[in-house]
Design a protein around this ligand. Structure first.
Ligand code: PMV
Length: 316
């Protein structure tokens, strides 16, 4: 039995976070500068079912059976085994390595799940189609997020820009003109489940007011889709600014995010917004390639612990 490896990129939400949980459209793109890799090496001398799991980035080196029942790596493996009707894995070592920062809105949880599901299913001789990989990764995502919209596992599985509406078939975007996004990380870790829960409580208290915010955000995602598909990505700047203002109204921004957003605009970005769950994690700015360095410097001075440039390549 040969070794099998699979990898999955990070992701960033361009428009529509939070509103997407309430049925509004959102746009997300893969971030291929960072990725997760799962490698499965058979251990023919070992007894069946002895699976060693290593994730050096988080200091994990354990027997699979010793992991807690809700460990995402264990859950991902068990989902594939159940799906394929296999009893247990042949003896092997599963190694996960990742350059995707954890809990920073870059989809590290979904990328680990996708890479793992692909590697395990290939190792068992049944490569799963993308649709199935995404559905299983969604099940793993529930451990992290509670009630995820499904956008992370979708964009990471397909590794293409997606226009995503919950419960509808996925739509990938055509990108006739490439554009550049700069990601700035506040370094503040903020669990998405907390902000999603807070937004839900606010919505329950004032449904009309919050539905109106979600609707406006949905309209921004629709307009952004047109701008991207018509080859006018420079229009995304203003839309990012508008989306950020609405996210502030949902109370998911933070002083750190606002500072980075403002400093990006000051340094010449065409627009900027927080990205993902909010109150920490990342912001994104739309930049012209020639101002990338300047904006990145300003972000670092304003407190960004990391900046990642990401080119959204042409895609037909
Ligand atoms: O924190 P992230 O990047 O995983 O994004 C969460 C996006 C939300 O819309 C806030 C939640 C969701 O499940 O879509």
């Amino acid at each position: 039995m040969p070794a099998f490896a699979a990898s999955a990129p990070g992701k960033i939400i361009l428009f529509g976070e939070h509103a997407v949980v309430y049925g509004q459209p959102a746009i997300a793109v893969p971030v291929s500068q960072v990725k997760t890799r799962a490698l499965i090496t058979p251990n023919p001398a070992g007894s069946t079912g002895f699976v060693r799991i290593q994730a050096p980035d988080i200091g994990l080196d354990a027997k699979l059976e010793d992991l807690p029942a809700d460990n995402p790596l264990l859950v991902a493996i068990n989902l594939v085994i159940a799906r394929l009707g296999v009893d247990r894995l042949p003896a092997c070592t599963v190694r996960i390595s990742s350059t995707i920062p954890v809990a920073a809105g870059l989809g590290s949880g979904a990328a680990v799940a996708v890479a793992m599901i692909r590697a395990v299913s290939a190792f068992l001789g049944h490569r799963l189609p993308d649709e199935r990989v995404s559905a299983l990764a969604y099940e793993v995502e529930k451990i992290h997020h509670g009630t995820p919209s499904g956008i992370d596992n979708t964009v990471i599985t397909y590794a293409l820009p997606v226009f995503y509406i919950r419960h509808l078939p996925i739509e990938t975007l055509t990108v006739p003109r490439e554009f550049t996004i700069l990601i700035g990380d506040t370094g503040v870790s903020s669990p998405t489940s907390v902000t999603v829960g807070d937004v839900r409580r606010s919505w329950q208290a004032e449904p009309d007011r919050y539905d109106a915010f979600f609707h406006q955000i949905g309209n921004i995602s629709q307009t952004a889709r047109l701008a991207i598909e018509e080859g006018q990505p420079e229009k995304l700047g203003l839309l990012m600014d508008q989306n950020h203002e609405l996210l502030q109204k949902l109370d998911v921004s933070s002083p750190e995010l606002d500072r980075l957003v403002e400093s990006a605009r000051f340094a010449g970005a065409l627009g900027a917004k927080l990205s993902g769950g909010g109150r920490g994690g990342n912001m994104i700015a739309l930049v012209r390639p020639d101002s990338l360095e300047l904006v990145a410097n300003h972000l670092r001075i304003a407190g960004a612990v990391r900046t990642i440039p990401s080119i959204i390549h042409r895609h037909r």
